[in-house]
Design a protein around this ligand. Structure first.
Ligand code: PEP
Ligand code: MG
Length: 580
């Protein structure tokens, strides 16, 4: 039967392919009855999974020399649980007594334990239930196959290059792991338009629809799907006529893309000769060829936190140095802006342990990015030293995320000085004059931008977070996604104020949030005075196309008028005229 689902189209394009369902650990555990003759086998399967997770933890621990002490402690706790009779013997008994599958037995026992932990008076002990949940999730993932592991293996072996990932949710860590695999599209039940999962889908230039609510429950493995990433539509089991229509649209999109490729070597300047720099946002060193292919003039944002995800340990200084060197060498003399890690919130090093706290403590407002860097000075020094060492191989700029306070900038600069002086002491060469910039992504930073302009060499506006914090909209929550509005007058005022203030003192400013890669906003931003745009490589040529067809001198007075409008309908109408 054919049916259509609607969600948020977060990455344009059309994909036609087969559904590949991703499992979601404990949520999707089936209750199966086991034939008496298979009970021993089921127990053995359970024991093997426990042993595999124990071995995995041991391996993580052995390779965590540079990890914070708390990570090692957390591994110890998990290992301890894996030896506890409550988690090892009891599920075995449940399998035998109730003749059920191992996953189900484990979840039953987990629920019992969680109830017991909830009754503890001591807050610390109560919290340990999160560890129980996490350990159980690990074992279940092992039993089911890691969420993704089966799919990734299948994708690798599949002759089809049109597999569509169907998941309840995908963390940025899951999504980044897909970079090496060819999927035709992603669809998920949750997630907002500027969630990092959406950003990654766009960076891979594959269609994605998020926030489908119950797609994972309605779609079956192997069913044929059409994903329209622009309109946010998923058609399940399309009939022949619909299929042909979409095939045609897909071909048209591909034709337009190939036409755009001709612009690659065109000079990026407006009709009236204003030159506009178009940079790439990257997540991993492997993204460099795509950035070059799109004609990027440099890297405007390297989100280094992705080097830290999907692993039990931390990348040490040498590993990070190699990654930064690879990028800077790959960009062959073009500038590379490396942002220090923006970990925390949805890019959590230990997502499972904080999952329960997430709602309560609101991690987007918590210890994230520079706040985490300053709280973990060893981790921060390791990264700063690695970046400095890589700076001898080509032009590197350092970018600090999520700054709000003058003292945070001062502390970050002092940490950089410390890293420099330790390298000097070791006679290691680096760029002494490395430029340091700050991200403007908290409204307070945009309003008090003078603090930043006095202390830093350049600024980069992170509109994704700026919008989230200005409008109090969680960017990864599909329930409020409709309120996430780049054109809200307050957002435009903050961007305009930042650009105008920086221009007065001659400090360069870029925009590296998603707004920079939206061709519908290119003219607006140009008219506001923006000259440096950083975006996914997949957007560069589309934005360049707009730049080449714009007259900045003509745009400026129109945009000034737009900025005085605070009625959304009028503002949108004026923007349409500007783009016409
Ligand atoms: C932003 O917030 O706009 C930004 C570029 O950073 P990130 O999307 O990684 O938070
Ligand atoms: Mg940000």
């Amino acid at each position: 039967m054919s049916f259509t689902l609607h969600g948020l189209g977060v990455s344009g394009g059309i994909a036609i392919g087969r559904a590949m369902l991703m499992s979601h650990a404990t949520l999707e555990v089936a209750h199966l009855t086991i034939a008496p003759r298979l009970v021993d086998k089921e127990v053995a399967r359970f024991e093997a999974a426990i042993a595999a997770v124990k071995a995995e933890l041991l391996q993580v621990k052995e390779s965590t020399e540079h990890a914070p002490a708390e990570l090692a402690a957390f591994i110890d706790i998990h290992t301890m649980f894996l030896e506890d009779p409550e988690l090892v013997d009891k599920p075995r008994e449940i399998i035998r007594e109730r003749r059920c599958n191992a996953e189900w037995a484990l979840v039953q026992q987990m629920e019992q334990l969680v109830e017991q932990f909830d009754r503890f008076e001591d807050a610390y002990l109560r919290e340990r239930k999160l560890d129980v949940v996490q350990v159980v999730e690990r074992v279940i993932k092992e039993l089911l196959g890691h969420p993704g592991r089966h799919a990734l293996k299948a994708a690798k072996n599949s002759k089809e290059d049109s597999l569509i990932v169907v998941a309840h949710d995908l963390s940025p860590a899951d999504t980044i792991a897909f970079k090496e695999h060819r999927f035709a599209a992603f669809i998920t039940d949750v997630g907002g338009a500027t969630s990092h999962t959406a950003i990654l889908a766009r960076s891979m230039a594959i269609p994605a629809v998020l926030g489908l609510e119950n797609g994972r429950g309605l779609i079956r493995d192997g069913e044929q799907l059409i994903v329209d990433g622009l309109r946010g539509v998923v058609i399940v089991n399309p009939d022949q006529r619909v299929l042909e229509e979409y095939q045609l649209r897909k071909e048209q999109i591909e034709l337009e893309r190939s036409k755009l490729k001709r612009l690659k070597s065109a000079k990026s300047e407006s009709l009236d000769g204003v030159s506009v720099q178009l940079f790439a946002n990257i997540e991993l060193p492997g993204d460099v060829p795509v950035a070059l292919e799109a004609g990027a003039e440099g890297v405007g944002l390297f989100r280094t936190e992705f080097l830290f995800l999907n692993r039990g340990d931390m990348p040490d200084e040498d590993e990070q140095y190699e990654a930064y060197k690879k990028v800077v060498k790959g960009m062959a003399g073009r500038p590379v802006t490396i942002r220090t890690f923006d970990l925390g919130a949805d890019k959590d090093l230990r997502p499972e342990t904080t999952a329960g706290d997430r709602v309560k403590t609101n991690p987007a407002l918590g210890r994230r990015a520079i706040r985490l860097s300053l709280a973990e000075p060893r981790m921060f020094q390791t990264q700063l030293r690695a970046i400095l060492r890589a700076s001898k191989h080509g032009p590197i700029k350092l970018l600090i995320p999520m700054l709000a306070h003058a003292h945070e900038i001062d502390q970050a600069l002092a940490a950089l000085e410390q890293a420099k002086s330790s390298l000097r002491g070791e006679k290691v060469s680096f760029d002494e004059n490395i430029e340091v910039g700050g991200m403007i992504e908290i409204p307070a930073a945009a309003l008090a931008v003078g603090l930043f302009l006095r202390r830093l060499d350049f600024l980069s506006i992170g509109t994704n977070d700026l919008i989230q914090y200005t409008l109090a909209i969680d960017r990864s929550d599909e329930q409020v996604a409709a309120l996430y509005d780049p054109l809200h007058p307050a957002v435009l005022m903050l961007i305009a104020h930042t650009l105008a203030s920086a221009e007065k003192v001659g400090i360069p400013v870029s925009v590296c949030g998603e707004m920079a890669g939206d061709p519908e906003l290119t003219r607006l931003l140009l008219g506001m005075g923006l000259r440096i745009f950083s975006m996914h490589p997949s957007q560069i040529l589309k934005v360049k196309h707009r730049v080449l067809k714009s007259d900045v001198g003509e745009l400026a007075p129109n945009v000034r008028r737009i900025l005085r409008l605070d009625e959304p309908a009028k503002l949108r109408e004026a923007l349409e005229k500007l783009n016409a």
